[in-house]
Design a protein around this ligand. Sequence first.
Ligand SMILES: [Zn+2]
Ligand SMILES: [Zn+2]
Length: 399
Amino acid sequence: MAQNTIPLEEIRLLASGLFDETVRVRRDIHAHPELGFSEERTAGIAASCLSELGIEVFTGVAKTGVVGVLDGKTPGRTLLLRADMDALPLQELADVAFRSRVPGVMHACGHDGHTAVLISAARLLARLRDRLKGRVVFVFQPAEENLGGAKAMIDEGAFSGLGIEAALGLHLITLLPCGTVGLRPGPFMASVDLFRALILGEGGHGAMPGGSVDAIEIAAKVVSGLKAHLAGAITPGGRPLVNIGTIKGGTAPNIVADTVELEGTVRCMDDDARPALRQAMEAFLESVAKDAGGSYELAYTDGYPILVNDHHMTDIVRRTAQDLLGETRVFELEPTMASEDMAFFLRMVPGCFFFVGAGFGDPAMDYPHHSPRFVLNEDSLLVALQVLCTAAVRFLEGA
Ligand SMILES: [Zn+2]
Ligand SMILES: [Zn+2]
């Protein structure tokens, strides 16, 4: 079978030949961004490309998700390749010719690039079909930003019966310069859970507070004490990061507020610690509210689990990136407190989620993700395509 091995150089050349088309598709998607679970146009582009390639396509998975199944010439392993398609509710301020044509919606996280790269990966791997072993499942998922499109697809049973054994996904990232790859085996990205706490007091006159219970005073104690309380609740591996993102309460300067609403997130690097964090928050709210004569209601929602990269799959990506880019261009990153719903795929099967540098190496041009001025260095699309396809072929060939 050795003579059937597909050389790295061939994949590199095929990817280079697809670069202009990848940029074109990415710019088209960028100009027509769609929010989570509404990615109809984007999904249509992916689906029609897959079916033109003779790849079996399933559409409407978890509303707008697309799944393509490419079978190689000989049976073998099955690998899932994933891209997310959703944009963000943001007015674009980037000065590019292909600026968003949809007011208030923008691809400010690079998911337009992920989708374009995966479409090109389908083109590239379909060309190699006659020498490809096993099966590639292309997943274009909806709603990565907060809404958990990956979980919705899995819950719908979209992958049952496909025999998926491993998964690869990537994020283009402006924090790293173009031409580099960053990754980490084991726990890599944090879990995130969302909470909404309602602090309930008793309203009254600002001049005669007797008999009233000031919900703003209780909320102030919650805000100042919550982080320390949760930090003390668990083991060092699960050290949490709490953010209170909104606070709303009161109606007038001379009225004692009877209600304050707090919303926020709790992140940590240990899934086992998540129930304890929730309990600790509940206990803290209970004691602070009760001490002041008030009460509380807590809505606590499980968000994304921690993202854990498989060591073997991460090795495949690392070696591939080193071969393509050079050893000094591949970094082992520290765990990040950011979250990703790719974590759901990596709970389903072993896999690797890695970062592909998409920065210009120029602080004047490198804006953070979710910024209205976010711009991708499009050369990163080629790096992403080469690394993804080469790692995929190596896995399918038994690496
Ligand atoms: Zn994002
Ligand atoms: Zn993202």
